[in-house]
Ligand binder design. Structure first.
Ligand SMILES: [Zn+2]
Length: 172
């Protein structure tokens, strides 16, 4: 039974995002990529972390990119925060992540797992349990996600990013 093979999450690149690019870390997590945020880490520690964990370093800092030498690194040049994740994906030739959207916690990068409504009840406002039935919970920080306004906006963002990755359609 090997036919399910390489949709392989294990083969997907993992990222280390430098402190200036929090929005990129969040967008990557939203798409389902493993992205840790090196907030306030000095350059040598960022480089060690990228190397030790086999992560692609994402930065806008030319000096840091130079110091990365043969470590995998993307030097971003895009200024618009909403387009930066596209620059990352296109420069690495990546599409949607194998794990899929809503598989990572936006706050901490932990894995999201389905959460029975009774387990979610203590973590969400009362009115939510009346209307929402499928909950996702972060295994690491305990944050709970449910279908609603917030998640609808996030789904729109996923569509926006993935839509922008597709080649433009020819005339019909
Ligand atoms: Zn979390």
């Amino acid at each position: 039974m090997t036919h399910a093979a390489p949709t392989d999450e294990a083969a997907a690149p993992r990222f280390l995002v430098d402190g200036m690019l929090g929005n990129v870390a969040r967008d990557l997590r939203l798409l389902g990529y493993d992205a840790i945020f090196g907030e306030q880490l000095p350059d040598p520690e960022l480089l060690h972390l990228a190397q030790n964990q086999g992560r692609v370093l994402l930065t806008r800092d030319r000096a840091l990119a130079r110091r990365a030498r043969d470590l995998p690194c993307v030097l971003l040049t895009e200024n618009a925060p909403r387009r930066q994740v596209l620059e990352v994906l296109s420069s690495l030739g990546l599409g949607p992540s194998p794990a899929g959207p809503f598989s990572r916690c936006l706050a901490c990068n932990g894995r999201l797992v389905e959460l029975p409504a009774e387990d979610a009840a203590s973590a969400v406002p009362d009115h939510v349990t009346v209307t929402a039935h499928n909950f996702l919970g972060c295994r690491d920080c305990g944050r709970v996600y449910w279908p609603g306004t917030h998640r609808t906006r996030l789904q729109e963002r996923v569509r926006e990013v993935l839509g922008a990755l597709l080649p433009p359609r020819g005339p019909v």
